[in-house]
Design a protein around this ligand. Sequence first.
Ligand SMILES: [Zn+2]
Length: 277
Amino acid sequence: MSAIKFDLEIITSHTVANTTGLGRGNVGAISLRNYVIAIDSTIYAKTAQIFRTNLEEHFNLPVKFIILTHYHADHIFGIGPFKDIVSFCSEQMLENMQSSSIKQTYEQRVKDLLKEDPLAEGIVFELPNIAFNNKLIIRDEDLYIEAIHLGGHTSGSSIVHFPHEKVLFAGDLIFANMFPYAGDATCDPELYIKAIEIMKEMKPEIVIPGHGKILKGYKTLDEYINFFKKVRMIIKDAINNEIPPEKIELPTQYEIFNEELKRLTVNHWYNFYKKGL
Ligand SMILES: [Zn+2]
């Protein structure tokens, strides 16, 4: 069997990521003085295991914690190789994962993937150990990270910020240069836009998205704020003019990686704003 390649991209002296898409969702990590904190686990245990091994080799430090940004399969199913360490998520994310509909759907998805996808061996749907409300700070000597619950993409979505190097891990609040998936049942379009505005106010120099390549400079976030505001306006206009969701034309600046996810996004925003009218 050929070995899977899942290399680290070195971002700064304390931060790394893998944004190749080989693990579906992007992953990242921050090294503090005595240990490393991983962010998200990819969809596969195989890529997660390589990721962890690479982290420990690159930083020559143990991985002590993992923070999960939200409950989507492509960010959490690979948690297996991190089971011996403490995992964190927002309290809302834990609630999402415990809701019977999500639990059922995701447990089924694990079973289906194990049957269909040769890479899926070892994937699990497993609850994180510790949940935080609003904000989690982890300190190690002079360095610290903050995980902040913002909601938006899902109601439990969080970001991870490393102020020392002005690096921000955005999870799926940013899909870099591609049409974003914003059609989760718990997605709140207003909070989505607000979350990106909050990230911009934090003035990060580097933003690691949940999907797509790394963004440089907080001003690049304007593009995503403007895109979502445009989408919001078009959808509200369509509702006012009684145009059905399937006839709505959205800005075409981004590549659509999955037509079905785009359709779910449009429908979700349509129903969200229709209720509000
Ligand atoms: Zn997601």
